[in-house]
Design a protein. Sequence first.
Length: 95
Amino acid sequence: MALRTGQPQLTEALTALAAASRAVAGAERLVPSLEAVARAAVVATGSDLGVIWLRSREQLVAAAVHAESETLAAELEGLRAPGSTKTLELLHDRL
């Protein structure tokens, strides 16, 4: 999920997507790869915020967050939602 606020620069977007691809291809651990993908989504879409949610038992967990604000990213990382319909609601409540 990415909240869009601006127009991305093509070169910067492609560079971020390529970096995310390399991170996924060479990954030994999941979280750093997801963080690279979240960053690439933010850069490629011109967003201020990107969150990757993973299912954990009967909840969704914000497993990777990239935001313009490090404070916001820290607040959202690890956030839990009972289902996909609640993820956007939780984010709007915090913004």
